[in-house]
Ligand binder design. Structure first.
Ligand code: F6P
Length: 325
């Protein structure tokens, strides 16, 4: 029997535990022996690798974070530690490795494959949604849900006291979390690195809105412009003329029970990851294609019966038949 391992690297996301559960169960379905690497690349170097059983992954699908731990490993950047990591896998005959992480983790994975020939597969997992080539990264939907809950609550107090709230989301240099949160929370303004803003130009529009009855404001800003906080607050208080508070949401955005969407995406990402490795992918990342809007004629839409997409039906085959069909 071939052996396959999984590890989490970098910032945890809600969705890693459902992914690990699917990993173990799908590995068994493919007659592979699954191994869990604890604490990311650090655990890979220090040989914290254990064979997995169904019991290890029971009752984890509802939990945020990752029960096998993660790390931001400095040591994995050095060849001698990568060599040790490869030896730890090879002595267990593990020839395939699945890595849940972000682009930094994938760069390390690629060097590791080139040096030691262990086939690796990356599963995009970061709340920042900042990996090129994939429309979605695991954990984003749950993070957006946490942000929505926080903004909805802040809105209550903002409205009661006629204040402006500057709310900072995570995302490093990427404004995705802030932008989607602003659009879905009814924010009055959003400031992100990708779209230039000009306080002078904004002042007139906001003053006009306040004049016409707006009495509080939600301003979502992304971590990428954190250095601008003081300027934004002083602009709102002094130029716009509204009492302002700052709220940095911080790490609560990374927690919480995985959303339905993240559980489903975990299932899909892992299935494609293991399938890819078995089909000969050596150092690839599972990417999810872009969704787009388009128009269809109404008679076609109204007269065609809905069908669940073939890919989802194929994924569900096992849980509906337990392999009996
Ligand atoms: O990459 C995920 C992320 O949550 C970023 O949005 C944030 O800048 C960073 O990790 C925080 O890192 P740490 O948990 O190490 O403080």
């Amino acid at each position: 029997m071939h052996a396959i391992a999984i590890l989490c690297s970098g910032g945890d996301v809600s969705g890693m535990n459902p992914a690990i559960k699917r990993f173990v169960e799908y590995a068994f379905a493919k007659t592979l022996t699954p191994f869990l690497v604890y604490d990311g690349y650090e655990g890979l170097i220090d040989d914290r690798i254990q064979e997995a059983h169904y019991r290890d992954v029971s009752n984890i699908i509802t939990q945020g974070g990752t029960f096998i731990g993660s790390s931001r490993s400095e040591r994995f950047m050095l060849p001698k530690h990568r060599k040790q990591a490869a030896l730890n896998l090879k002595k267990r005959h593990i020839a395939m490795l699945v890595i849940l992480g972000g682009d930094g983790s994938f760069r390390g994975m690629h060097i590791f494959y080139r040096e030691h020939g262990i086939a690796c597969c990356g599963i995009p997992s970061t709340i920042d949604n900042d990996i090129a080539g994939t429309f979605y990264c695991l954990g984003v939907d749950t993070a957006l849900g946490m942000i929505r809950t926080a903004i909805d609550a802040i809105r209550d107090t903002a409205a009661s006291l006629n204040r402006a709230f500057v709310i900072e989301t995570m995302g490093r240099e990427c404004g995705y979390l802030a932008l989607v949160s602003a659009l879905t929370s009814g924010a009055e303004l959003c400031l992100i690195p990708e779209i230039p803003y000009d306080f002078k130009a904004l002042t007139g529009s906001i003053k006009q809105q306040l004049h016409k009855g707006r009495h509080y404001m939600i301003i979502v800003v992304s971590e990428g412009i954190a250095q601008e906080h003081e300027t934004i607050i002083s602009w709102l208080q002094n130029d716009v003329g509204i009492e302002t508070r700052l709220n940095v949401l911080g790490h609560l955005q990374r927690g919480g029970t995985p959303s339905v969407y993240d559980r489903l995406m975990a299932y899909r990402f892992i299935t494609y990851g293991i399938d890819g490795l078995l089909q000969g992918e050596k150092s690839s990342v599972v990417c999810y294609g872009a969704e787009r809007f388009h128009y269809r004629q109404v008679d076609e839409v109204a007269t065609t019966p809905y069908e669940i997409e073939a890919e989802l039906l194929a994924l569900g085959q096992h849980v509906c038949t337990l392999g009996a069909s």
